[in-house]
Design a protein around this ligand. Structure first.
Ligand code: BG6
Length: 527
């Protein structure tokens, strides 16, 4: 096993090392592999969570030899590792890297791959277990899956397991997601498929389940009797960078909502599962997705807001508008921002709106879930301005700060009765130190262990696309007349504020920390 250096991912935190296997990475020459996958697998190695009998086979069109690929990986790990690279661990790791070059469409590649897998089995003792990771662009997903099936590489005989990890985006809309599921299921059993969503690799996202179901005090108030509404904000400060080509075909709704944001919403809204077995958790998530009130052609406009950033200023720097980004059309209709008001038609949530928003080039990077509670039934503090009473809220900070806070009212010290908003705050780093990881460690480890809980089942993917499809249709049919409609560095278009304002609510500013923002000014009629 790997060297004994301290690692961020530890055996104590997870189980023991995974069993013998080879991980085959299609798209081994790409950014995802070098920036995230190899550093994540290295962290697993350093944390002693990889098996002794382990190998990686990189597959891509680039004409590397195994030796050259190892050299490249060694250069890359020093650039992208999330912690100091220890020679002992890396030497252990790099010896287990192999490479197969070829065109994903070409059946010969899979013959070659079979040979390489035979080699890893012989040299590293990987026992014929195989994890195929599709870190390619999405057009290759069906191609690779079909070819793997045709070459017999996905057959699980003699207890040798074969699993396939498929990256996002899983489909482009509902029909393409259904078609992809069909292709995948023709070559694989559902239990062999791991549809990855990297948000589920984030500790704070997984912690939503622990917070709700490992504690007795929150669940009793986690429902329509006590919750006024829920807000989910996923704000990015970055623009589309060099990904204009992809983003033009996707846009904010496809890119973030049916995957990352719906994961957050299902974890917050689902009923307690009967166990933490994958199917039990997925069943409950799936029920939430199917309970989301369908959008009609009308509500696709009244309950959904789209935006596109124009030029603006971020942290004092002037930045370009979306239409001036590389590989973006000068009259692009692609939304870089979306806000939705969702309703979940079940007993727990009837009448409680779930507002979500996500956008690029916003004022700050902040991902946050806010559970806003109803106000007290009447105002006991009659001489305190009622509008000054801040409602209680639980704020789950996903990133960049990781933690949870409970915001409530307290008496401001002094002879005059005044109330101020304060908070109780838990920060991950205070308790657990900082854990610089890629976010992929747990997910890759779970695939090796055969635990699909943090992955998406076919029906969940389709249910998610079913929710957003009417909005995609409505937006395609009616171009936005007002793009660009928000400035880079702002919090999005005015329409998104209006979406909440007409319900008598407003977006919570994700940068505000209640503890430092109580209103200490005396109200004139207080006594
Ligand atoms: C990806 C999207 O899935 O998630 C990107 O394609 C987005 O556009 C990214 O920037 C956000 O992930 P994170 O982990 O930075 O919040």
């Amino acid at each position: 096993m790997a060297g004994s250096d301290s690692a961020n991912v530890t055996q104590e935190a997870l189980g023991g090392p995974a069993g013998p296997c080879t991980m085959v990475i299609f798209g081994a020459g790409g950014d995802l592999t070098k920036r995230l996958l190899i550093p994540a697998i290295y962290n697993l190695a350093a944390g002693r969570l990889l098996p002794e009998h382990f190998a990686i086979v990189g597959v891509s069109i680039e004409p590397f030899t195994t030796e050259q690929f190892r050299e490249q990986a060694t250069k890359d790990i020093h650039q992208f590792a999330t912690c100091a690279v220890q020679d002992e661990s890396w030497n252990w790791f790099v010896k287990r890297i192999y490479y197969a070059c070829g065109d994903f469409h070409d059946a010969n590649l899979y013959v070659k791959l079979k040979d390489t897998l035979g080699q890893t089995e012989k040299e590293q003792g990987t026992q014929g277990n195989c994890l195929f990771y599709l870190a390619t662009s999405p057009e290759f997903f069906p191609v690779v899956v079909q070819q793997l099936g045709a070459a017999g590489l996905t057959e699980q005989e003699d207890e040798k397991w074969k699993r396939v990890v498929i990256e996002k985006p899983f489909g482009h809309d509902l029909p393409s997601a259904i078609a992809l599921n069909k292709t995948v299921r023709a070559a694989l059993e559902e239990k062999q498929v791991y549809r990855i969503d990297h948000y589920l690799g984030k500790e704070t996202v997984q912690n939503i389940l622990a917070f709700r179901f490992a504690n007795g005090i929150f669940e009793p108030v986690w429902n329509r009797r006590y919750v006024d509404h829920v807000q989910v904000t996923v704000a990015e400060q970055l623009g589309v960078e060099q990904r204009g080509g992809y983003y033009e075909t996707a846009g904010a709704l496809r890119d973030m909502v049916p995957n990352h944001i719906f994961q957050l919403i299902t974890l917050c809204a689902m009923e307690p599962p009967i166990s933490f077995e994958a199917d039990a958790v997925h069943d409950e998530q799936s029920k939430i997705l199917r309970a989301i009130q369908p959008f009609s052609p009308e509500t696709a406009f009244s309950q959904a807001v789209r935006g596109q950033y124009g030029e603006g200023t971020i942290d004092g720097m002037q930045v370009a508008g979306y239409r001036s980004e590389p590989r973006v059309a000068p009259n692009s209709q692609t939304p870089t921002y979306v806000a939705l008001a969702l309703h979940i038609d079940n007993w727990r949530w009837a009448g409680v709106p779930f507002y979500l928003r996500t956008g690029k080039r916003m004022a700050r990077r902040a991902t946050q879930v806010v559970i806003r509670f109803r106000r007290p039934p009447f105002v006991l503090f009659r001489k305190t301005h009622v509008e000054k009473l801040a409602p209680n809220e639980i704020v789950i900070n996903i990133q960049p700060d990781e933690g949870i806070s409970l915001n409530f009212e307290a008496k401001v010290p002094g002879p005059v009765v005044r109330l101020g908003a304060v908070n109780m705050k838990f920060e991950y780093s205070d308790y657990f130190g900082s854990t610089p990881q890629t976010g992929y460690e747990t997910l890759i480890y779970d695939c090796m262990m055969g635990d699909p809980t943090l992955f998406q089942r076919a029906d969940m993917v389709e249910a998610s696309w079913t929710v957003v499809q009417p909005i995609l249709d409505a937006w395609r049919a009616t171009p936005a007349g007002d793009f660009p409609n928000y400035g880079a560095g702002s919090w999005g278009p005015e329409g998104a504020n209006e979406l909440l304002r007409r319900d008598g609510r407003e977006w919570r500013d994700p940068t505000i920390d209640n503890a430092t923002h109580y209103d200490a000014s005396p109200a004139s009629d207080n006594k």
